[in-house]
Design a protein around this ligand. Sequence first.
Ligand SMILES: [Ca+2]
Ligand SMILES: [Ca+2]
Length: 325
Amino acid sequence: MLPSRKQIVAVLVALVWAGAGESRAALSASELCQIRKVKETLRFSRCLLKAELREVRSGSAVDTTDCFDRIEGQFAATDERFGSLDCPSFDDGADIGMRLGAALEELATLLGGGTVSTCGDGVLETGEECEFGDLGGATCATVGLFGSQMRCGADCLLDDSQCAANRFEDLGQTVFDHQTGLEWLKSDDAGGLTDQDATYSWTAGTVGSPEPDGTLFTVFLAGVNAPGGAGANSPAGPTTTGCAAGSCDWRPPTIEELTSILDCASGAPCIDTTLFGPARAAAIYWTSSTIATNPGAAWCTYLSDGSAQVNSKPNLQAARAVRGP
Ligand SMILES: [Ca+2]
Ligand SMILES: [Ca+2]
């Protein structure tokens, strides 16, 4: 990558600083190493600019190999003399030479009336859609796609090839949501933990108990997160890890997360069963969200109309596991 204006200024400041530093009483080994390198960088710049002068005068290309050989040799000698502990930078002769060489070549082009590409200089300019680390506000969503993989590609043009065309991706045992980054465990009708008819309690206590020790946690989550767990008779059961769909960090969704996948377009149940698996039309799904003013109850989602419901934690309701951010 070409040096930025900031990097060029830093070199100039270092040159001035090195000149001032020489008059100080005591210089550290680190400073002495840096001064040698700055001086050598200065010589390298002169070497290249002299070559450019000869080139303009003669009208033919001038070999600058000697310039590059010298800076690499001198930097290596400096590194050897001071060592990596004392030198603030190390083994960087070729890199400095390449960066400065590229910058001076651009300047020579400009001085000859030519134009240079500004892609890669870190500044987003007209004609550029992006620069390294600066996508100009573009995301997969701003171009009608899903996911978080918008990239800055060649010639400072946006590269959306890693964005997803569809929000939901069917991964077999799970569904990945490219909009939220969440992965959902599918339901089934196999009679195991993830069966559409299975129901669980939020707490093992009586009405009013806030504790998360019901079968939602001790059976459902413990099962999908444990090797050889009780979910083994469902399609989401046996895997190389033993956990459901190969992941052991399943959890109940928050009310916001569960609401984000509801879809009442085809009526009850308000979820796309072709994607997320079967669900009873009147199923009520637990979430991890306790009611702030009533710790003995938690938010649920009612699949018959997609509404949020308050449910007492000892009740038996359906469960759907999620993982991710
Ligand atoms: Ca630019
Ligand atoms: Ca069933």
